[in-house]
Design a protein around this ligand. Sequence first.
Ligand SMILES: *Cc1c(COP(=O)(O)O)cnc(C)c1O
Length: 649
Amino acid sequence: MSVTSRPDHEKTAGSGKSNGHAAPPALTVEALFLGPKSENKAFFRERLLAIIEDHIHWRADFNPADAALVSAEDMRAKAFVHTLDRTTEVLEEVSSRLRQSADPWFSTRYLGHMCSDILMVANIAKMSTMLFNPNNCAYEASVATEPMELEVGKDFGRLLGYDADTNWGHITTDGTVANYESLWLARNLKSFPLGVKSACPDLVEGLDEWQLLNLPVAKILDLLDETKKNGTFAKALAASARGRGAGGGKLGKMIVPQTRHYSWEKAADILGIGLDSLENIPVDSLYRIDLEALRAALDDCLAKKIPVLSLISVVGTTEEGAIDDVAAIVKIREEYEKKGLSFYHHIDAAYGGYGRTMFLDEEGNFMPYPELLSRLCELDVEKSGVAFPSETVWSAFRAIPSADSVTIDPHKMGYVPYAAGGISVRDKRILGLVSYSAAYVFDGKDIELNLASVILEGSKSGASAAGVWAAHQLVPQNISGYGQIMARSLGGARHFVKTLETVREFDVAGKTIVCLPLLSEPDFNIVCMAFNYKGNTSLAKMNDFNTKIYAASSYSGGRMYTEDWITSHTVLETASYGNAPLDFIKKFGLPESEWTAVGQVVVLRSCVLHPWMASTPNYPQAWQTYVEIMKDKIERIVADEDLHNATTA
Ligand SMILES: *Cc1c(COP(=O)(O)O)cnc(C)c1O
C-alpha cells in the first residue's frame, strides 16, 4: 500500500489535479471565497448541508444491522430534553459572542493582521472533516487524512522548487512549530559528526572539532548513511546533541536578521541553543538583511573560530513583508563554505512562501522575469502601472530551493483556516536524526505510517490537513491558481501605497497633515505608514499622534464594529531595527537627533491579503474611500487635541 502516491501525470505544480482531460477553464477568484457580503452563500450552504447529510448517513450505514442505542422513549425523557435545551443555549452563547466580537477579517475594511477571507473549499473541507475527527499522528488513526498531509508535503516541495525524489514536508500546527522543527533538525545535524567521532572515529579520521562542526550538510547526511550501514548510527546519534544536549554554545551561532519573528528566540530557548547564541544582523533601508553586516558577522566567526549552527533568511517579514535577498545569501553561503565555515540554511517563509506560486507557470517552471511581468499584465494587475515584483524579489524566490529547509504557512497566504503551518526539507535523510518510534503507538517501520515519530507534535488535527489538501486540489500552485490571488493581493498593496503617495498631504480642522508609506515599493503585501502634523519636528508628538490614530482604527480598545477601517500597528525600535527607520522619519522633516533621543517610531501596519481591491476598476474608488475615512478620524483626533490644549492652556 502506498500512502502518498498520486498518478504521475498529476505531479506538476501546475496540474490543478485535473483528470487527464483537456485543459480546464480558468479559475476565477470571485468564486473561491464566501465573499465580503456572503455573495456565494447559496453554494456555501448547499455544500455544507450536503456534507452534514453525508456524515449522518455514513454513521448510520456503518454496519446497518447494528441497533440504534438511543430510543424514541429515551428522547422523550425530561433530562434528555433538558440536555438538548442546554446544548442549544450554550451554542447560542457561542454564536452570540462570535457575532459580537469576532474580527471581521472577511471585510475589505479589515487591513490589520495576516488574515483575510479563507477559501470556501478549504473551509468546507475542514468543517466536514472535523465531523470525522481524524488524528494525523499515525496512519491507522487517520487513514483518510494522513495521506493528504503527505501529499500536501509534496505540493510544498514542488512549489518551493525542491527535487521531488529527495524532498519531504508536512503540515505543522503553525509557522512557529515549523521553525522549531527546522532548528531541531539543524541542531541534531550539526552535532552529528561529533557523535560519529565518538561512535566510529574511523569515518571522520583526521578531522578536528572545528572541521567536524563545519561539514557541509550533504556530507553529514552521507555520514549518516555510512553509520547506518556499519551499524554505528544509534551510538553516534546518542553521542550527538540528541543525547548530550546542545552543549552550551558549542554548536555556535544562530544567525538571524533583526526582522526575524520572535518564534526564533523561543526556538533557541526551547532547543537548548540559548539566546546568547542568537546573532542579530541589522537590516538595510528596505528591511532586508544587510549583506555587508552578514559578511562581517561571518568573518568574525571565522576569525574567532566560532561555528555557525544555522542561518535564517526571511521571505516576508512579519512587520514589513520584506524579502531577504536569498540569491545573494545562497552565494555567500557557498563562498564561506570554501573558507571552511559551513552552516545550515533555513528560510522562514511562513508568510511569503505561497508567493512563489506567482512565479511558476502551468508546468511548474520558474518563469523568466520578462515572462512573469507579461503574465501579470494579462491578469490586469501589472497593467495598472505598478511594476512589481522587483527583479531582486524575483531572484530571491528563484533561489529558495538552495536552502536546506523552508517554513511555509497555509493559514497565512494559503488562505486556509487555522491551524495549518508547514515545513519542507530538501533532503529527507535528515529525518533519521529526529526519528523516534513510540512502540505503544507504532509498529515502527515506515516514516510515512508513523508521522509523529519524525515531527515535533503528537496527536494533531486531520481536519486541518484536509482543508489544505482541498485548497491545493482546487487551486493550482502556479500563476493560474494561487498566483492569481497573490498578484491581486500584492497589486492591491502596491496601489494602496501609490494612493497614499498621491494624497501625501491634506488639510483637516485647519491643520495640514502629512502621510507617508514606510516603503514606496514594498516587497510583498504589507503596507506600513505614519502620519504627522506638517512642520512638527518632535518624534514623541508624532508617535503619540499615530498611537491615537491606531486606537481609533482598531479593536485594541475593545470596541467592535464601530470602526470604519481596521489596522494593526507596530513600533520600530532601535533595539531591534538599528537605524533602519531613520530615513523614514527624516522624510517627515524630523532631525536625526530626534531619532537618537526617542529611538522608536510608531507606524500603522496593514496586511493587504484580501483579493478584492486588485481589479483595476476598483482601485481608485476603494482607496479614496479609505483616505476619506482616515481624514474623518484624524479630524476628530485633532479637534480633541485642540480642545485639550485649550483647556490646559
Ligand atoms: C507568522 C510568522 C511566523 C509564525 O507563524 P505562526 O503560524 O503565527 O506560528 C514565523 N515567521 C514569520 C516570518 C511569520 O510571519
